[in-house]
Design a protein. Structure first.
Length: 331
């Protein structure tokens, strides 16, 4: 089986207020805060991917990402004002930015059936507390037929080169080295993104190692982040982009440290939710105790060990970590 993944993915970027939405639309720009969720979103969405803005349960416009930049000393850079929380005193600003090309002009309600995949995730995850929601290819195809093609000229925010420098976010295992927004502590959501990019680049190789190339998947596959279910959320979901007859899936649970029995129980639940359409579950962790290895012998669950051949005791750029990231199938 030859797997040919689509190069572009689709995300809905959630906004906290109308002022920020208007600025995003005016300048064809998306911005993410100096937080772990902000840098996670910035890493997840790639150049060439598609996004829409989500505000007030409405989906605004369709854009393609032209360029990504992380700006140093962005505290006072336009267009968005800083956000200060009274209780914590924390100040958030927007160093992580996506420059966008408008593709379609639209404003549609999220309750439309075409947005069911995202709406279900949003409801099960408790609303807009997430920075972004990934949608599937079916949603992107539907949005590509809504509204009207953007035929107007579009503006981009112009900032003098004297006002900023760019940087590449780095990650470390040593908390004392953290210097946000340039250096973050290596957390599990960053590991999930590493796994996702690794699979996008190596899916045929990975399936061969899992002995899954003979599985009855006939259509192109897509890899989606954080699919919500009533009893939790799947870290990564591999599914047929255009299912015909059956919608085959593989569910993946990613753990930063040692695998535990509760992780197997969670995977068992996910497999039961998707029933016969789930080919298998995959547990990815850094270490597998013997009892875990023994426990999966009669289960439809594969064990995969992750490793990084680079020293994260020193801050490392995400792309360098990805180059040195490996997945090893245990059984």
């Amino acid at each position: 089986m030859q797997i040919n993944n689509k190069p572009s993915y689709y995300y809905l970027v959630s906004l906290s207020n109308k002022e920020n939405l208007d600025l995003c639309i005016k300048y064809n720009l998306a911005g993410f805060t100096n937080s772990i969720n902000g840098v996670w979103t910035y890493l997840e969405i790639g150049e060439g991917d598609y996004i829409s803005f989500l505000y007030g349960a409405r989906v605004h416009n369709l854009y393609q990402v032209l360029k990504k930049v992380a700006l140093k000393n962005a505290e006072n850079l336009p267009p968005w004002p800083q956000i200060k929380f009274k209780e914590s005193g924390k100040i958030y600003y927007f160093p992580f930015r996506l420059y966008l090309k408008p593709i379609r002009k639209l404003e549609e309600s999220l309750v439309r059936v075409e947005f069911a995949y995202v709406a279900e995730n949003l409801l099960l995850r408790g609303g807009y507390r997430k920075t972004h929601f990934q949608a599937d290819q079916t949603t992107l195809q539907n949005v590509s037929q809504m509204g009207n093609v953007w035929n107007e000229n579009f503006n981009s925010l112009q900032i003098s080169n004297l006002e900023y420098n760019i940087f590449e976010p780095r990650f470390t295992r040593v908390r004392t080295q953290v210097k946000i927004p340039e250096i973050f502590y290596f957390q599990e959501i960053i590991l999930q993104t590493l796994v996702k990019y690794y699979l996008i680049n190596n899916l045929n190789k990975f399936f061969k190692e899992l002995f899954l190339l003979k599985s009855p998947i006939l259509n192109e596959l897509e890899i989606l982040s954080e699919k919500a279910l009533p009893e939790g959320h799947i870290d990564l979901l591999i599914k047929e982009a255009i299912p015909i007859g059956q919608a085959r899936k593989i569910v993946i649970e990613v753990k930063k440290q040692k695998a535990k029995m509760q992780h197997l129980e969670q995977l068992d639940y996910y497999l039961s939710e998707f029933k016969d359409e789930c080919i298998c579950g995959i547990l990815i962790a850094n270490e597998f105790p013997k009892r875990i290895i023994k426990a999966v012998q009669n289960k439809n669950i594969k064990l995969v060990k992750w490793s990084i051949d680079i020293n994260l005791n020193f801050p490392q750029p995400f792309n360098e970590i990805l180059k040195n990231f490996k997945l090893e199938v245990l059984q």
